[in-house]
Design a protein around this ligand. Structure first.
Ligand code: UD1
Length: 338
């Protein structure tokens, strides 16, 4: 019996594959490399010393999804595949709804066809919209503030409604805060295609000399140093959260719980940039720019439910996140040049 990982070559997917293999799980992986790199698959194999079945497949192609289920004994699914760029989703809502929703429908329908009823979903703290207070708890009101967030919320709602209608299903909704960092080997990490828009990939590009400007987008927020506060979580900790969720899905006969996967600590943009500079001995030469539209001043989790029910807790700190992220891009750069 295998765990099927959709989007397993991506940033969070590849780290999760490593932790699943390290935990002795059998995995089957698929990805269409839309925003990922086949090198991640070699990285997973090198780190773990284990092999697994991989399909280059698109979740929009029902026949491709069906083939994976027909050729393997799938026990449960972790669903990462999806578009995730917020500004792009604002420009192209139909593209986001079409891909993220239709792909998920195809996977769920195929699961139904093959009698697979355990589904771990890669959700996001974006489903809290602009939280009224922090820390954020799982029972806070949910809302979508952009098309990307809408697709996450619609899929969460679908899971809740499917569970209400068919209580033989088990859904686990994992709400990620801000995943950063990389595996300490430097063999896998965040490797987005195109121009990044999240903080850490922008920092890495600036540190590599690939971009001229790095700006803090707003230093006049009502926070201690004026810059926004987020709950950055090391991707290896996040990946371990998925191993805990897979075990939980196995234990639960049915259900649809949601868990915050964060550290519970908020760090400001300035603290992140200064930590990056200090641990990597790099001067980023950042400046202060105007606010980015749509940013909340502070967003961080209360992760105690995940600790209580999944037995999972983040262990790595922002120094590890900054060091490991930088190590990965250096390894990738030397491979590309070597
Ligand atoms: C963003 C998305 C969120 C998504 C998450 C995925 C938005 C509004 N939100 O979260 O829906 O789930 O990514 O990882 O896009 N910053 C700078 N300078 C920059 C870029 C960012 O100072 O050039 C600041 C931002 O103001 C923010 C922090 O860095 O305070 C983190 O930004 P980012 O990495 O984009 O994450 P979020 O906005 O928290």
């Amino acid at each position: 019996m295998a765990v099927l990982v959709s989007g397993g070559a991506g940033f969070i997917g590849s780290h999760t594959c490593v932790e699943l293999l390290n935990a002795g799980e059998d995995i089957v992986v698929f990805d269409n490399f839309y925003n990922s790199n086949p090198k991640a698959l070699d990285g997973i194999r090198k780190i773990t010393g284990k092999d697994f079945k991989f399909y280059e497949a698109d979740m929009l192609e029902m026949a491709e999804v069906d083939k994976i289920f027909s050729e393997n004994d799938i026990e449960q699914v972790i669903h990462f595949a999806g578009y995730k760029c917020v500004p792009e989703s604002v420009k192209h809502p139909l593209k986001y709804y079409s891909n993220n929703l239709r792909g998920t429908f195809n996977i769920l329908e195929t699961m139904k066809k093959y009698g697979v009823t355990k589904f771990v979903f890669s959700s996001s703290a974006t489903v809290y919209g602009y939280p009224e207070k922090v820390p954020v708890y799982e029972d806070f009101p949910l809302s979508a503030i952009n098309p990307y967030g809408s697709t996450k919320l619609i899929i969460e709602n679908l899971c809740r409604e499917m569970y209400a209608a068919n209580p033989q299903w088990t859904f686990i909704l994992l709400r990620y805060f801000n995943p950063v960092g990389a595996h300490k080997s430097g063999l896998i990490g965040e490797d987005p295609n195109g121009i990044p828009n999240n903080l850490m990939p922008l920092v890495l590009d600036k540190a590599m000399g690939k971009r001229d400007i790095l700006q803090i987008t707003g230093a006049d927020y009502p926070t201690p140093d004026g810059t926004c506060i987020r709950d950055y979580i090391h991707v290896v900790d996040l990946a371990k959260g998925h191993v805990a969720a897979v075990k939980k899905a196995r234990e639960l006969e049915n259900g649809c719980p949601a868990y915050n996967l964060g550290t519970g600590h908020g760090y400001s943009v300035k603290e992140i940039l200064d930590t990056f500079q200090r641990v990597n001995n790099i001067d980023l030469g950042y400046t202060i720019g105007p606010r980015r539209p749509g940013d909340a001043a502070a967003c961080y989790s209360d992760p105690t439910l995940a600790e209580k029910e999944l037995g999972w807790k983040a262990e790595l700190g922002i120094e590890d996140m900054c060091r490991d992220a930088w190590h990965f891009v250096q390894v990738r750069n030397s491979e590309n040049n070597g």
